[in-house]
Ligand binder design. Sequence first.
Ligand SMILES: Cc1cc2nc3c(=O)[nH]c(=O)nc-3n(C[C@H](O)[C@H](O)[C@H](O)COP(=O)(O)OP(=O)(O)OC[C@H]3O[C@@H](n4cnc5c(N)ncnc54)[C@H](O)[C@@H]3O)c2cc1C
Length: 580
Amino acid sequence: MGQEDGQKLYKKEKTKMLLNPKKLNKTYPDKETEEIMTKTIDFFENLGLAKTNEDYYSARWYTEFLDFLKEEEIMAKLLTPAGYGENARWDTSRIVEFAEILGFYGLTYWYCFQVSALGLGPIWIGKNEAVKTKAAKLLKEGKIFGFGLSEKEHGADIYSTSMQLHPQEDGTYKAKGNKYYIGNGNEAAMISTFGKMADTGDYVFFVVDSQHENYECVKNVVYNQDYVAEYALHDYPITEADITDKGREAWDSSLNTINIMKFNLGWASIGICEHAFYEAIDHASNRNLFGKYVTDFTHIRQLFVDSYCRLFAMKTFALRATDYMRSASENDRRYLLFNPMVKMKVTTQGEEVINHLWDIIAAKGFEKDTYFSNAAIDIRALPKLEGTVHVNMALIIKFMPNYFFNPGEFPEIPKRDDPCNDDFLFNQGATKGLGKTKFHDYNIVYGKYDLPNINIFKKQIESFKEFMMVSFESMEAQSKDIDFLLNVGELFSLVAYGQLILENKEIYDINEDIIEQIFDFMIRDFSKFSLQVYSKTNATKQQQDICLKMIQRPVVDEARYNRVWENHVYAMKGTYEMNP
Ligand SMILES: Cc1cc2nc3c(=O)[nH]c(=O)nc-3n(C[C@H](O)[C@H](O)[C@H](O)COP(=O)(O)OP(=O)(O)OC[C@H]3O[C@@H](n4cnc5c(N)ncnc54)[C@H](O)[C@@H]3O)c2cc1C
């Protein structure tokens, strides 16, 4: 197949998978959603690359962006759940698409939106109707929000929160304490602040206004367009009317908020990689060295094919995970596995994609006139925020026994881009009992495919199951070594990653060549982590032997590889460039 045919095929494929903002070509469930996406794209394309870069490097607060959001009431439309505005709905499928578009144009814009969404989490989850009504009104007025969970000294250890509410004789409270790393802390109309009651030690969530006289915005702790604040509350007056939750419910509210919102991190990562990919392929395919194009080097093609397939897999997985997020209910908590994976696996894959692309474009990746130079920095943030990779991996490991050995029965979940409110997300309930969560049998979808690389991967999974069966006794002691556990968790996540990618192969009718090429890197990744577990000092002899069985080699299929290169990867050349 020639390049022209390849580009035609790419056009068909890209309408379903990778974002090209200049050829959106997508059907939306309603006009409002379509306009949110197209107007946002137009806003950035009109701003142009030079201006976004100038603002990025001068760390300028994004006034025009906020004006645009306000004028179009975009935050109000996307972040108001049903019941608090006309036709309002919290619809994850459009929130993630918006997050992807913002990531595509600059993580800094995404961050402002993201921390607003986070700040609204405890409000919508809480029981304080007056605060909800106020938040809906402020959203409509174009205000931004913040989420005050982190403190300078405590990091992931939110048990140790030292922000306190001091009860007063008249039944009100005074808030005292500092928060650190809080986005939009300079302007947010409401910051959901997590603390403890000074008398009982119970947890509490309350809202503060960044413009109040007892609120001190101490400083921006980063040099960036974002405002990541340290703020101090100096006897800030609080009444019951400002409190959204207390006790166990406040605790659950903090974790459930992160549960909902950390999903968007993977989507920002996808957007960043998509834009960086366009720049990389255009640069490499037009650069002639020693009489040939950079894209003619075999190692460059391999890096491109790998980065394309990793990116394609990121989006395919994240789209399917969105279906599970939207279908979550009291009886279906599978999102609790797939959601942290979008946060942790997709964002670390994003780093890998940028690493590959940067190896390809080398010096060009430093140039201030490219989008890539921002991408190379920003992509690093996503695995680290809203819970590190380690914290999320430690979380999902709890699901392993049920996932592999005790599957449940669930009705089939369809593609979920229907325009409805995701009711359950703000009613997730208690954040305990994770180990009891059930999943549908991963063999169902793997069993549908008889393709060379998928078959090898299935063998790797079988060996991994064997690994777990011989590990029941040793695992308790071994799990004290978090590094051991993290590598085992990497193997587990690859199985679930492949599962959802295959589920979406059916839904999106994804080309078989791409799927096989995706499983080519999945087999290599599985082998890499198997070797790491094998090399751990505390791996038993039995475990080591099984690890060696898990190390496999993908099938060599040069024709398929060349088709992927020609029809999908190289075909991206010249298909998108941001307006200057
Ligand atoms: C730019 C930026 C913006 C931010 N915005 C906000 C915001 O708007 N609101 C907000 O509340 N916070 C915000 N944060 C804070 C952010 O969410 C935390 O930085 C993040 O959760 C990690 O905490 P830490 O960096 O303090 O790491 P630490 O908690 O200090 O962790 C140190 C190391 O220990 C590991 N570790 C810690 N606990 C565990 C565990 N249980 N299991 C395994 N490993 C563990 C970590 O993985 C890490 O490697 C922001 C941070 C930054 C940098």
